[in-house]
Ligand binder design. Structure first.
Ligand code: NAI
Length: 319
């Protein structure tokens, strides 16, 4: 099996002037892609701007013999970034939504500005940029999209309610884009990275920080963006030279009524609780219709009249 290359492909990476995005840009550039290095060059909390961050990465790619162009727009005007790609390279094949900032505060202290800035950069920025790219992808029958989520979104994290909300919002966005894009060979996946960068320098302990090189994650992102990769609609967690898929599972649950005339009561919910939350043999659904089918099958059981003694462990409705 040969080297995986991106010759002829145009790859846009947002927030590529530093951290993870810079590493992605260098890797794609070294594998033949024409790279749009987007970065508005602001501070960690979204303040200021400068062309230096993007320019430096473009210069580095060119020094290594690659092809790249800088773009300084904010992702909230994502359509302008797509235009930069079209003006310079005439097409777009891959979009990595990576730009990000933090406005960490404990939940009661989050201001409207802290909330809006985070939703704008992460969620709206990815929406705007991806929507402009999606239209092109659909016409050409090809596209690869990455959303950048976070363990803070997947699992929650003290002081990051605004960021967690945006980051899990991106998983929802990716889930639906993956469904809408599938028939056009447009794939959309999420990366949940853990890497040493200015966003994590005061969060991660130093001995761990030093082992979390963004270079360990870039190949995972690049593989997801290759034409040979068939993954779609997945969340891949990665860091420290490890990668794994992460997805929601749902318990088998419990029937809360035993026939069509039976009422659901608070007490039945209480008495069924251990079964409702028992994640043993949890199920994963790839599409909402799978969840609907499971509900239809629960309804069938109720219609047929199940023996629904909530204390009876033999009752298992969704098998
Ligand atoms: P970083 O701060 O080193 O890089 C982010 C880049 O995005 C910066 O160069 C910044 O100028 C740029 N940027 C910010 N707002 C922008 C905007 N509106 N338009 C264009 N560019 C903008 O951070 P890092 O760690 O490399 O983060 C990259 C992504 O990975 C972010 O989305 C972050 O939330 C996410 N992430 C990072 C983790 C980590 O462990 N480093 C953990 C989980 C998620």
């Amino acid at each position: 099996m040969g080297e995986l290359r991106f010759d002829g492909r145009v790859v846009i990476i947002t927030g590529a002037g530093a951290g993870l995005g810079r590493t992605y840009a260098l890797l794609f550039g070294s594998r033949g892609a024409k790279v749009v290095v987007n970065d508005l060059g602001g501070g960690r909390h979204g303040e200021g701007k400068s062309s230096k961050a993007a320019d430096d990465v473009v210069a580095e790619i060119k020094r290594n013999g690659g092809i790249a162009v800088a773009d300084y727009n904010s992702v909230v005007e994502g359509e302008k970034i797509i235009k930069t790609a079209l003006d310079n390279f005439g097409r777009v094949d891959v979009l990595v939504n990576n730009a990000g900032i933090l406005r960490d505060k404990s939940f009661p202290r989050i201001s409207n500005v802290d909330w809006d800035l985070i939703q704008d950069v992460h969620l709206k920025g990815s929406f705007k940029t991806t929507q402009a790219a999606f239209t092109l992808f659909k016409k050409q029958g090809y596209g690869r999209i990455i959303m950048t989520t976070s363990n803070s979104g997947l699992y929650g994290n003290f002081g990051q309610a605004n960021y967690s909300a945006a980051k899990l919002g991106l998983v929802g966005l990716a889930n639906t884009i993956a469904i809408e894009g599938a028939k056009y060979n447009i794939h959309c996946n999420c990366i949940a990275p853990t890497a040493a960068s200015r966003l994590t320098e005061d969060i991660l302990p130093p001995d761990i920080f030093n082992e979390l090189k963004p270079e360990f994650i870039a190949p995972v992102v690049a593989y997801l963006c290759h034409e040979s990769c068939q993954e779609n609609g997945s969340v891949i967690e990665s860091g420290a030279g490890w990668a794994g898929k992460c997805h929601l599972i749902r318990s088998n649950g419990a029937l809360l009524r035993s026939n069509m005339v039976d009422a659901v009561t608070i007490e039945k919910v209480r008495d069924s609780w251990s079964k409702i939350i028992n994640m043993e043999n949890g199920q994963h659904f790839n599409k909402p219709s799978d969840a609907t089918m499971a509900l239809v099958s629960a309804l069938e059981s109720i219609r047929e009249g199940v023996k629904n003694d909530v204390n009876d462990d033999d009752v298992n409705v969704c098998d």
